[in-house]
Design a binder for this molecule. Structure first.
Ligand code: NAG
Length: 346
């Protein structure tokens, strides 16, 4: 039995990815629930619960909106002030609960829920505008990699944002397998906000997009070999950050690596712009750095090492997905395989 459990944990670590676990707005903390598969009876939350923690891989899927089967509302709404800082902590079922992908962008969108509170808003109708995107820093590492030590992703609500009901969509894209079409992994999450303030900032009509809709599987930022970028700047998918955001007083904190100049090759040109991100994130990183955890799970910090590790991690899941389209069945199949394999071992 012990070996069966041990094996089960190894298998789940190979298939496990993540969900938005904590949303901190200023000093208020809101907790998200684990996926329905782990927590069928969730606590009331402002964060829409996802069905399971597998990635979204199809850019045309309705799961791209808010994560797996998460179009429907959560029960609560958080109040935030324009200009508030957002700190978003992602968790997984592996690596001690910490996020473990290291390559690919993080992007943040808002959509107006109109006059209705966002806990009544079906996200399939949402028209999104981008408020932040974070890619590579001057040294070539991705802002996403900072999450691996438990640090939150950091974004600021534009200080000039018009008050109203907004759905917040924070998304991580993991690109370790993106060199073939359909390999990119999308992890979107949606949280329900009411934003207060006296600003008038709003996107223009042409800055609004639908998701799914705004991404194509062949976009240069989605079909890409991030291990061979040859000095080219990363091109973020989706629309540019809405223009009004750059007029907010907080635009220097975090929305920075949206500049195409953030490629390592053009590091000197980009360094001025990327410094602010590096500062924000490294402050958070140092506060929660645990040397033991970073050295134990990161024995292959070299780019090739990471790539190899990622492929090893993902293959069983991909193979299952190819055989069995339904994820729930795939999960069951994984369990069956586990016990069969364990039987053979014991
Ligand atoms: C949201 O709207 C879509 C499209 O009309 C519909 O298919 C879906 O069932 C709705 N979801 C919820 C939770 O109401």
């Amino acid at each position: 039995m012990y070996s069966a459990l041990l094996f089960l944990s190894l298998v789940s670590s190979a298939a496990a990815h993540g969900w938005l676990s904590i949303l901190k707005i200023g000093n208020h903390q809101y907790n998200g629930n684990e996926p329905i598969e782990q927590t069928p009876h969730p606590a009331a939350s402002v964060i829409r619960q996802i069905a399971n923690n597998l990635p979204v891989k199809d850019t045309t899927s309705s799961d791209l909106t808010c994560g797996r089967s998460a179009l429907g509302p959560a029960s609560l709404v958080a109040t935030a002030a324009a200009g508030d800082s957002l700190q978003m902590t992602w968790k997984t079922l592996a690596d001690g609960g910490k996020w473990f992908h290291d390559v690919g962008p993080m992007m943040t969108y808002l959509a107006s829920c109109g006059s209705e509170s966002c806990n009544k808003f079906n996200a399939s109708e949402a028209k999104w505008f981008k408020i932040n995107q974070q890619g590579q820093e001057a040294d070539g590492t991705w802002a996403q990699a900072k999450l691996d030590n438990g640090s939150p992703a950091q974004v600021t609500i534009p200080s000039n944002l018009k008050a109203g009901n907004y759905l917040l969509r924070h998304e991580i894209v993991a690109l370790q397998l993106a060199q073939s079409e359909g390999g990119a992994e999308f992890y979107p999450s949606c949280s329900q906000l009411t934003v207060t303030g006296s600003g008038t900032g709003a996107p223009t009509e042409s800055e609004l997009v639908s998701l799914p809709g705004a991404y194509k599987s062949t976009d240069p930022g989605i079909l890409i070999d991030v291990y061979n970028m040859n000095g080219k700047a990363y091109q973020f998918p989706g629309p540019p950050v809405a223009a009004f955001v750059s007029k907010s007083s907080s635009s220097s904190s975090g929305s920075d690596s949206s500049s195409p100049a953030s490629s390592p090759a053009s590091a000197s040109a980009a360094s001025a712009k990327t410094t602010s991100v590096a500062k924000t994130t490294s402050a958070a990183a140092s506060s929660s750095t645990s040397p033991s955890s970073s050295s134990s799970s990161k024995t292959c910090k070299g780019k090739r090492g990471i790539q190899r590790r990622a492929i090893v991690d993902e293959e069983p899941q991909q193979a299952r997905a190819a055989r069995i389209p339904d994820d729930r069945e795939a999960a069951n199949a994984a369990l069956t395989t586990t016990f069969t394999t364990t039987d053979r071992l014991t």
